[in-house]
Design a protein around this ligand. Sequence first.
Ligand code: FES
Length: 116
Amino acid sequence: MQSTTHTNATDSPVKSEALKDNQFRIDAVPSGSALLVGDAAVFNVGGSFCATEAKCTHRGGPLNEGKLDGSTVTCPWHGTQFNVCTGAVLRGPATEPVKTYRVIVEGEIGRVEKEN
Ligand code: FES
């Protein structure tokens, strides 16, 4: 005798809709960490989110891979430090600030707003 069984056990929750390029799940960015969202780096600074362009203004190092300490990120390539909420250079070698973007959070989803 043949019975039909459902082998499709992908227990996926309904809310796993596709994220847009500028969106992220806020639980993917715990406090003190960073995430690459499109070409922006999103940082969780003690529970609130700040975003900058992901590339360091010195030579394009990946700021989302830098060490975050409070609101200060250190570029992994040559050690420039930026304030991720204002974009200001805190320590060289970079001299140009990074662009910052607004982050909007709605429920579990965050969104990087670019205004250019
Ligand atoms: S690329 Fe970031 S400090 Fe040089």
